[in-house]
Design a protein around this ligand. Sequence first.
Ligand SMILES: Cc1cc2nc3c(=O)[nH]c(=O)nc-3n(C[C@H](O)[C@H](O)[C@H](O)COP(=O)(O)OP(=O)(O)OC[C@H]3O[C@@H](n4cnc5c(N)ncnc54)[C@H](O)[C@@H]3O)c2cc1C
Length: 292
Amino acid sequence: MKPATFDYLAVTNLDEALEALASDEEARILAGGQSLVPLMNHRLSRPSLLVDLNGLSALDIVEVDEEWVRLGALCRHRRLERDPQVAEVSPLLAEAAGHIAHPQIRNRGTLGGSIAHGDPAAELPAALIALGASVRLRDGEGEREVAAIDFFEGFFSTAIEPGEVVVDVSVPRAQPGDGTAFAEVAPRRGDFATAGVGVVLRRDAEGRCTSARAGGCALSSVPVDLSAALEPMVGHGALSDDLLREMAARVAGSFDPIGDAHVSVEDRAELVQLLLLETIRTAWARSEGSRG
Ligand SMILES: Cc1cc2nc3c(=O)[nH]c(=O)nc-3n(C[C@H](O)[C@H](O)[C@H](O)COP(=O)(O)OP(=O)(O)OC[C@H]3O[C@@H](n4cnc5c(N)ncnc54)[C@H](O)[C@@H]3O)c2cc1C
């Protein structure tokens, strides 16, 4: 199918984009086009104007300081997956990005587009929740920061207000003693996940866990925060079978699973338990290596 007719504006700076969005309620941002264009081709989205951000190199940045990593909205999935700097300062995002679709889609799709689209099956939102990320939004009036956990409001629904643009996302920089892991189950490699989990944990010089967080995708109507299930691990210096069993039991009741054509509610709840245990074990082993 072909899209309905629309106007097109390739902007050269962010102010121009904000002005165009403010002047037309039916205008939509075009980033990688990997979600928006299929929707337009099926006439499920009929923007009057596409505001193309792809010329804004200022949004295609990775900035790092001692504590934080700032990733511009136009960072492509492929960059998150392949850039050695991203792998060093945010290995969870690099691993999660590698699970997205196929290389052709990762070459075009962007971080800002993924989170703005708000698909609960998407990997990056789950990783951002596990990392405790925040999202910076701007409109013609100014800017605001929204915690990732508050950003995803419902099925394909986010905190973005009309006229706002996702500018960048900030995540805590990985530190010595951190271990992260992302794993998912999908019908085939490159398909959308049936369930996915990302884990971030930190251990001190004695090897005790000082914090542990987790996020999940394709589990519910929004990406979910599974961190409460990991609380029993904090303070421990070893992963016993009892501890792992307790965390698996806790995660099953910590979100509202959905069933669909691929998997029932019950199977999805079991999948998340298996994925959580796998990612905790992997993150724990990696944190051992990163303590030096
Ligand atoms: C066959 C196929 C398989 C896929 N598989 C997966 C998968 O396994 N996992 C996964 O996560 N994704 C998957 N995707 C989606 C892909 O990751 C997209 O790249 C992503 O969802 C949207 O990013 P985009 O840059 O292409 O955004 P676009 O399609 O350009 O835009 C998507 C939406 O976000 C808005 N938007 C874009 N950028 C901004 C911004 N900076 N500020 C505010 N709003 C903005 C647009 O207006 C639009 O509403 C798949 C896509 C296809 C076609």
